[in-house]
Write a protein that binds this ligand. Structure first.
Ligand code: PLP
Length: 406
């Protein structure tokens, strides 16, 4: 991988050169959020210093410039996931809000007895919004099981469909196991039953090429902060024919046509779902994050991260008592593990003292923890800027912690 110059990339991320407990930081918490390059922060600074004005319907220059920056970001996002139209790209606060939008809005079509298929490895963000509907309508979650490697049981999935199935909501990539789910195949199965599919793409967009048209998904949700962009911005892609018939999610400014006390009409897509002032500064900066990723290339990033995954996995397995959760053949660069019976929190805390940032706990996937029969894991997750040398530092630190906790 001569052409992948990781050190050149690292120079764009000032946070990577900081120290923690007087040691060089090794940042392996990219699944929770990624670090942000100077180019993105520059965009934020540029907007604040030059074009900060509320977007849309502003007659003055700053407002028009800020609006143009926001809408350029929408076009860049559209291209990034190959959505057919910018009308189908709705800005939200993140993946969580995007899924809540679909559950609250599309969920108004659900009737008592309807069923929503989710998988056992879902993040709470793709479980709880569907459960909240139960306050209004008696809907039930049906759960796709997995095998011990963390591979979904597609035969069981096929058997879950019946005349009550109203939606499939599934993660593209598990934030705990790293499993890349065969979402194209799952979408095609759901469509053969006339059932729409929402894909939670939070863990996919920064690590592989995503093409919503090729997948033929009905909804696709993701967050900017996990793809080297600013926090506070997410995206819901939705098929036009569904978005058009769905009612607004929130009411307020920006999302209306005309308002009177007797009757209100709503704006066209995508604004119908964007009530209130959007996070226009961060939306504009999100474009810079995509502009940053595009020339590096998602295939090159995926290959680099894969090398780190394979190397680190094989070396960690040399440690006595090492238990890795998630060994699917198609797996992204996420390693969830426990060392023997050592508590995940103790391991994480000791690693932090050695300058290594990993996440510990249930990772917002408690039902998955129940399936695995554990309370939590230590999770190391890799990004485009991690190096083999950092993997070595991490492996040596885990070995040391293993001895300390033995
Ligand atoms: N879905 C998955 C698979 C995730 O990993 C996460 C965050 O870790 C989310 C949803 C929620 O994303 P956000 O907190 O950005 O809304």
């Amino acid at each position: 991988m001569e052409s992948y110059d990781v050190n050149r990339l690292r120079a764009d991320f000032p946070a990577l050169s900081r120290k923690v407990y007087n040691r060089q930081l090794v940042y392996l918490d990219n699944t929770a959020t990624s670090q942000t390059p100077r180019q993105v922060v520059k965009s934020i600074e540029h907007s604040y210093y030059n074009t900060k004005a509320n977007v849309h319907r502003g007659v003055h220059t700053l407002s028009q410039e800020m609006t143009a920056l926001q809408e350029a970001a929408r076009e860049r996002v559209r291209g990034w996931v190959n959505a057919p139209s910018t009308d189908e790209v709705i800005f939200t606060r993140g993946t969580t809000e995007a899924i809540n939008l679909v559950a609250a809005s599309y969920g108004t079509f659900f009737k008592d007895g309807d069923e929503i298929i989710v998988s056992v490895m879902e993040h709470h963000a793709n479980i709880v919004p569907w459960q909240l509907l139960q306050n209004r309508v008696n809907v039930k979650l049906r759960v796709i099981p997995m095998d011990d490697r963390g591979v979904l049981d597609l035969d069981a999935y096929r058997n879950l469909f019946n005349s009550h199935t109203a939606m499939v909501a599934v993660a593209h990539v598990s934030n705990v196991l790293g499993t890349v789910n065969p979402v194209a195949e799952m979408i095609s199965e759901a469509h053969s039953h006339g059932v729409p599919v929402l894909v939670d793409g939070a863990q996919a967009v920064a690590h592989q090429r995503v093409d919503v048209k090729a997948l033929d998904c009905d909804f696709y949700a993701f967050s900017s902060h996990k793809m080297y962009g600013p926090s506070g911005v997410g995206v819901l892609y939705g098929k036009r024919e569904l978005l058009e018939k769905m009612p607004p999610y929130q009411g307020g400014g920006e999302m209306i046509g005309n308002v009177s006390f007797e009757h209100t009409t709503f704006a066209e897509l995508p604004f119908k779902f964007e009530a209130g002032t959007p996070d226009f500064i961060d939306i504009a900066a999100f474009k810079s994050a995509i502009d940053y990723l595009q020339p590096i290339g998602m295939d090159a990033i995926a290959a680099h991260e894969h090398e780190l995954l394979e190397y680190t996995t094989s070396r960690l397995l040399e440690i006595p008592g090492m238990r890795i959760f998630g060994t699917a053949p198609d797996k992204d660069a996420i390693i969830s593990f426990l060392i023997g019976d050592a508590h995940h929190y103790d391991t994480g805390m000791l690693l932090d003292k050695l300058g290594i940032a990993v996440r510990t706990g249930h990772h917002c996937a408690e039902p998955l923890m129940h399936r695995l029969g554990i309370e939590g894991t230590v999770r190391a997750s890799f990004g485009l800027y991690n190096t083999i040398e950092e993997c070595d530092t991490f492996i040596a630190a885990v070995k040391r912690v293993a001895m300390m906790l033995a």
